[in-house]
Ligand binder design. Structure first.
Ligand code: DAH
Length: 347
């Protein structure tokens, strides 16, 4: 009996020691070490099991039962501790890895439309509202389309005003204006009436200055029909100028000369800077030129496939860069293609 009591006391001690050690465990790794020490193969409880072979027969069942209870108690304590530690770890993770979803996001750098694109779209919109169609046309042209079909035969001195960049291929060049698009469109449409604009890039061999670039954007206007008049041209272009520059914009039509129109004119708007008094921007004239225009020359109509005895038409060509300069009072045309965001951000 004393022996039995001693063995049982021993077991109770084992349990007590193990539980005391468990109280000091503070993390999962230490818990695993505890498990190996107190429940592993060479732990004290397990030693009790393996020592049972040498015990008294009547003692064995009781010892076995008691040892089992101790082991189960330790296993339950282990499980409870594991859950407690995991709960603490989770709580800590939730606190330290917290996402503040109320923080504003990092701003995405947004682009914007280039001022030339904005004005070009406005121009397209104005003409669309007046019933014009918008057409693309080639930027690389033949000498014929850029000059000959526009009533400037080879060696004609008028060609000098539109000097350009030539490719190595004979007769292939970069167009100096959108006017060749007139011929493309007429040839595609004749003898149907036309009411269209042709916007696009144009190139010229020029000395760079605050007002001239080697690349710029033009919009060509073309109307062909049986009774198209100069008065219709004037009314259309006046309306257009007021839509683009505001209801109080003043306009004037000034006689001019272009080989591809007859008669020819230029449309001026009252200078925005000095309001017509005269200043350096308008070269003291009080007026700013915005486009060239005129009645399509019979030679051009013929090249386009229209009989000039039956059809007439008007055409106009405007520089979008110049209009944009005026509209935003930009002092140097070269800003447009420098790609400097400090400039571009302002529009
Ligand atoms: N193509 C001319 C230029 O670039 C502008 C122009 C003038 C176009 C008169 C026209 C026009 O259609 O009728 O200088």
């Amino acid at each position: 009996m004393t022996r039995k009591v001693k063995e049982l006391e021993n077991l109770a001690q084992i349990q007590q020691d193990a539980l005391r050690a468990l109280a000091d465990v503070v993390d999962i790794e230490a818990l695993e070490a505890w498990r190996v020490t107190h429940l592993g193969r060479s732990s004290a409880v397990m030693a009790v099991f393996s020592s049972m072979g040498g015990m008294d027969k009547e003692l064995r069942p009781l010892m076995g039962k008691e040892a089992n209870e101790v082991r189960q108690a330790l296993e339950a304590a282990l499980e409870e501790k594991r859950q407690a530690l995991e709960a603490v770890a989770l709580k800590q993770a939730l606190e330290t890895e917290k996402l503040d979803i109320t923080l504003p996001g990092r701003p995405v750098a947004r682009g914007r439309l280039h001022p030339l694109t904005q004005v070009l779209r406005h121009i397209n919109q104005i003409f669309s509202d007046m019933g014009f169609q918008v057409f693309p046309s080639p930027e690389v042209e033949t000498d014929d389309y850029n000059f000959t079909y526009l009533n400037m035969p080879p060696y004609h001195p008028a060609r000098d005003m539109w000097d350009t960049f030539y490719t190595k291929k004979e007769g292939i060049l970069l167009r100096t204006h959108t006017s060749p698009g007139q011929i493309h469109l007429m040839r595609a449409r004749a003898p149907e009436p036309i009411r269209a604009i042709l916007p696009g890039a144009t190139m010229r061999y020029e000395q760079l200055s605050t007002r001239s670039e080697i690349e710029f954007v033009q919009v060509e206007v073309l109307v062909i029909g049986k009774q198209v008049s100069f008065a219709e041209m004037k009314g259309t272009l006046d309306d257009f100028a007021r839509c683009l520059f505001g209801d109080d914009a003043r306009t004037r039509l000034r006689p001019s000369h272009f080989p591809f129109t007859e008669p020819s004119a230029e449309l001026d708007v009252g200078c925005f800077v000095c309001d017509g008094v005269g200043c350096p921007v308008c070269k003291e004239t009080g007026w700013l030129e915005i486009l060239g225009c005129g009645m399509v020359h019979p030679v051009v109509l013929e090249y386009g496939g229209y009989d000039p005895a039956i059809y007439s038409g008007f055409a106009a060509g405007m520089g979008v860069d110049r209009s944009t300069l005026m509209r935003y009072r930009i002092d140097d045309i070269r800003h447009f293609r420098n790609n400097d965001v400090r400039f571009l951000r302002q529009f």
